[in-house]
Design a protein around this ligand. Structure first.
Ligand code: ADP
Length: 511
């Protein structure tokens, strides 16, 4: 910081200011008492103290007292003093001048420190906020290097390890600003966790300063700083407080990288656990849901084979019926599973077209007749309902799943309703029942794969509602469950009008 040029400049400034004070005093010395002229010098001391180093302002204090004596105290142009009272003036003036110069210098130092601290806090704050959102190690390193370039006014490259060894190939800048031969210096820094290179004890002849990115447990890379050629900037980086800041900066970057990595592995563990959990719930669902119908089928089939001739026709029919029922259940279950996998992998293509909703509802109700036997199902579709632009098979599947659930989870004779109307630029379809309802807190859970309510009556794999949601979302719609006043459940599907339906464009005729 303290260069000889600067001191000379400050000394010249001090001399100039004292000279100006002297000229002003000489011009005013007939009009003002000498003690008042002293104030002009004190003003000069303040001016010098504000700009120059401590020892220059102290020297200026003495110089001012001398000049005051020489030019302003009679007899003029000699240090002799006619009136010894002036000795007090000199002493007082000197004390005040010294206090001003030392205190001003102190205040300035404090301000400078505060500014440094502030700049550093700001730099570190910007670093942490910039790195907070990074989820990838390389991106974090890239942001940190970019910010370091800005803060330190130097070229900064971060090198990351590849297969446990530091590599100049994994770096944050496109060009390699250091000679490839310095890879060994960087490797040394990476291995030891100590800085090296330019202006250090190790490899001081290197082109860059290499600082390790040391986290809590390990070193994540090496930060290389290349000072710009201009000497001023070069000096700034190597000032002790900048060096310290640089190291704190490297440490923060390392911590951010460490956090990114641990977040990443936590996420991987979570996904892994979820997959594991899915697999086990799938297995338990499968073992129950596949085995029970399989057991009935094999049981019935073997009974028919071994005793088929002896059984009364009535029993035979019952056995055959149960085989067919259970086989159908199995096939639906497998179908659901396949659907789900298809949706998961994003392999569903919607075959959308414009359909009148009542047609889709009608088809589903007709196909579900056996399951809905003995129930009152009322439909309440608003008149003049716009045609819906949907995949009719998939929307039918949604209604099927909802009605099947209603049939499974509500008392056998309780009535069901299907309603549809327009609201807020969307077609709303509701399937309502008078069953026990969804327990509060489970409204979202029931849409999760393999989630089954506590009641567990009826068979299922917990896939019905997730499939509904996947299908509705593929149509850019939403499905959620509402509690019904007086008990029961409402499943509400909202299908927003696409530009197609809104314009009531005529169907490309699917008939
Ligand atoms: P599954 O029917 O195979 O169990 P779903 O995803 O279709 O799987 O349903 C998840 C859970 O939501 C069901 O286990 C059940 O507890 C609950 N549920 C679904 N529909 C209704 C309904 N209409 N009334 C009460 N509970 C329901």
């Amino acid at each position: 910081m303290r260069s000889p040029f600067r001191s000379i400049r400050q000394a010249l400034l001090a001399v100039a200011i004292v000279s100006i004070a002297t000229i002003a005093s000489v011009l005013l010395r007939d009009a003002l008492a000498p003690t008042n002229l002293a104030m002009i010098y004190l003003g000069g001391v303040v001016a010098v103290a504000m700009r120059c180093s401590r020892w220059i302002s102290v020297t200026t204090s003495f110089l001012s007292v001398a000049a005051f004596d020489f030019f302003c105290v009679p007899p003029y142009l000699t240090f002799a003093v006619s009136d010894y009272q002036y000795v007090f003036t000199f002493a007082g003036m000197l004390v005040v001048a010294l206090v001003i110069s030392t205190q001003t210098a102190r205040l300035r130092d404090l301000a400078a420190h505060a500014a440094v601290r502030e700049a550093r806090t700001e730099a570190l704050y910007r670093l942490s906020s910039k790195l907070a959102g990074e989820t990838r190690v390389f991106e974090a390193a890239r942001s940190a290097a970019a910010l370091a370039e800005e803060v330190f006014g130097a070229r900064v490259v971060i090198f990351l390890p590849e297969d446990g060894r530091l590599s100049f190939r994994r770096r944050t800048s496109d060009l390699l600003p250091v000679p490839p031969s310095e890879e060994s210096v960087a490797q040394w820094v990476f291995d030891r966790g100590h800085k090296a290179g330019l202006r250090t004890d190790v490899h001081p002849d290197a082109t860059a300063l290499y600082i390790p990115l040391r986290g809590a447990r390990e070193t994540f890379g090496v930060l290389a700083v290349l000072p710009d050629v201009e000497s001023d900037v070069k000096n700034r980086i190597f000032a002790p407080e900048q060096q310290q800041l640089l190291e704190v900066f490297a440490g923060q970057t390392a911590l951010a990288i460490e956090r990114t990595m641990s977040q990443r592995s936590a996420e991987e563990t979570r996904v892994h656990m979820q997959t594991e959990q899915m697999r086990s719930s799938l297995l338990s669902a499968m073992s129950h849901d596949l085995r029970t119908p399989l057991a009935s089928i094999t049981g019935a089939a073997s009974t028919l084979r071994s005793q088929g001739d002896r059984l009364p026709p009535e029993t035979k029919r019952e056995l055959l019926e149960s085989i067919s029922d259970e086989a159908e259940r199995l096939s639906r279950l497998v179908g659901n599973l396949l659907d789900m996998t298809r949706f998961e992998s994003g392999g569903v293509e919607l075959r959308r077209d414009l359909y009148p909703l009542e047609e889709i509802v009608g088809t589903v109700l007709q196909r579900m007749e056996p399951q809905l036997e003995g129930r009152a199902v009322s439909t309440d579709l608003a008149e003049n309902l716009a045609m819906v632009f949907v995949d009719d098979v998939l929307l039918g599947q949604v209604l099927w799943n909802l009605l099947e659930n209603a049939a499974k989870y509500t008392p056998p004779a309780s009535p069901l309703e299907i309603a549809a109307f327009e609201e807020d630029n969307a077609v709303i379809i509701e399937v309502r029942d008078h069953g026990p309802g969804i327990p509060p807190g489970e409204e979202e859970l029931i849409f999760e794969k393999f989630y089954r309510g506590k009641s567990k009556n009826g068979r299922g794999a917990g896939l019905g509602l997730p499939i509904c949601r996947a299908i509705v979302q593929a149509h850019r719609g939403t499905i959620r469950v509402l509690a019904r006043e007086g008990g029961g459940t409402i499943f509400r599907i909202s299908l927003p009008f696409s530009s197609k339906t809104a314009s009531h464009e005529t169907s490309h005729s699917h008939h």
